[in-house]
Design a protein around this ligand. Structure first.
Ligand code: AMP
Ligand code: MG
Length: 412
């Protein structure tokens, strides 16, 4: 099979995955999921013209020669319905969100007035009709589509759904994901520490990557490099929508995943991608399952998950934004690169005048998981280039947590 570029491999995967069916969810459980239906407003909001300020509702025509004294005929709070019509020379005291009474066409905020007595106020400024009035239906109009299918449910969207009283809504289902690690050398979490073994980190790092997408995966444990045992585990894994297998996809004599997964009816799309880290990454399909063979090296496993698995899972959940956000950053040092493979370099990011500075986390071995734990992002080094000089503008894919920073971006 051919040596695919990262982009071609991503394309190949996305051609083989589609949105899952929709299901009902309660609004309380919907954060991070994707709407599978259009949602319409069920009323006008605000339901009538309301005041945008605490102040006085009045007739703007009365303000030709300010300051002017007006008679206060009523007190209108949010939730009250005005009982009187404002006539020439009159006004009504009004609170933010309260309905503007008949006759009034503007609001003057309290700061631009001077109370003279309980029922008299001096207005100090002139305004145009409509001043500080929020119009009926300005926020949303009854019957209008306010959210379309495909919208990710963020806190803001949740607020809109609550506004239109969507206690239950249709969202796309989440894929059922199984994670299997392979290798005789592996020691699992509950096993006693054996200094000759390698702790199984991949199952848990992958678990967390899946959880970060809002999916609770099933951990199938560790399969030994034994054809019969591996077959049993793989069969179990192929009952899921997505099966992630860590390790054993290389060309070592004990890398049995490839022959067995094919014997179980998985149609392989690719086994290799021209990338670093993460060379031996595989993808195949059955009628119901998407199979990913991820490299055993811990960094490679995580990087391949980000490039290939995350976009596929997000598509299945109905998302249209599939890839991690990238930013431009200034590289703080020279970087060597051997042309041929797209490289993902773990970097930290520091805010600087006008943007970000990217610095390698240090040694980039594909077994050095601490480099991943320390990274803010993955710098993408294009396959064909020979290296980068300090000061170059580079592309960095943001990893978890990078939407937050240490300091506020403003000074008070
Ligand atoms: P493999 O892809 O099976 O050839 O494994 C490549 C390297 O990754 C070897 O050094 C393995 O010990 C290591 N490795 C494989 N699976 C895991 C795992 N689940 N957790 C941590 N390291 C692993
Ligand atoms: Mg192995």
């Amino acid at each position: 099979m051919e040596h695919l570029s990262v982009t071609n491999a991503q394309q190949c995967i996305l051609e083989s995955v589609k949105k899952l069916d929709a299901e009902q969810a309660r609004l309380e459980q919907a954060l991070g999921r994707v709407l599978a239906e259009d949602v319409r407003a069920n009323r006008d909001l605000p339901p009538y013209d309301v005041s945008a300020m605490d102040g006085y509702s009045l007739r703007s025509a009365d303000l030709k020669n300010v300051p002017v004294t007006l008679a206060i005929i009523e007190d209108i709070k949010a939730g009250d319905m005005p009982g009187k019509t404002v006539q020439a020379g009159q006004c009504a005291r009004i609170m933010t969100g309260a309905p503007v009474p008949h006759g009034a066409d503007a609001v003057i905020r309290v700061e631009d007035t001077q109370a003279l007595s309980e029922n008299k106020v001096q207005i100090n400024v002139a305004v145009k009709p409509g001043n500080d009035i929020r119009r009926r239906g300005e926020g949303m109009r009854n019957g209008d589509v306010v959210l379309t299918a495909g919208t990710e449910i963020t806190p803001g969207v949740t607020g809109v759904l609550a506004t239109v009283k969507c206690a239950r809504l249709l969202v796309y289902s989440r894929p059922r994901v199984a994670i299997l690690s392979t290798g005789n050398e592996l020691e699992d979490m509950d096993d006693p520490v054996d200094p000759d073994k390698i702790p199984n980190s991949n199952s848990y790092a992958l678990m967390a990557q899946v959880q970060a997408l809002g999916i609770e995966p099933d951990l199938l444990g560790i399969a030994r490099d034994d054809p019969a045992e591996l077959e049993e585990y793989l069969q179990r894994g192929l009952k899921f929508d997505v099966l992630l297998v860590s390790g054993g996809t290389s060309v070592g004599v004990h890398d049995y995943v490839r022959p067995i997964i094919e014997s179980l009816g998985v149609q392989m799309k690719f086994w290799r991608v021209a990338m670093k880290p993460g060379h031996p990454v595989a993808f195949g399909i059955t009628a119901h399952t998407r199979f990913f063979g991820l490299p055993g090296n811990p960094v490679s496993s995580m990087v391949c998950f980000e490039q290939f698995v995350a976009p596929a899972l997000r598509r299945m959940m109905g998302h249209t934004r599939l890839y991690r956000r990238t930013i431009a950053a200034r590289l703080t040092h020279d970087l060597k690169h051997q042309p041929g493979r797209t490289e993902f370099v773990r970097v930290t990011l520091a805010k600087e005048q006008g943007g970000y500075a990217a610095t390698s986390t240090g040694a980039q071995g594909s077994g050095m998981l601490l480099s991943m734990a320390r990274a803010d992002g993955l710098m993408i080094v294009p396959a064909e280039i020979k290296g980068l000089e300090a000061g170059s503008v580079v592309t960095v894919q943001l990893l978890d947590g990078t939407v937050f920073q240490d300091e506020a971006g403003f000074k008070e």
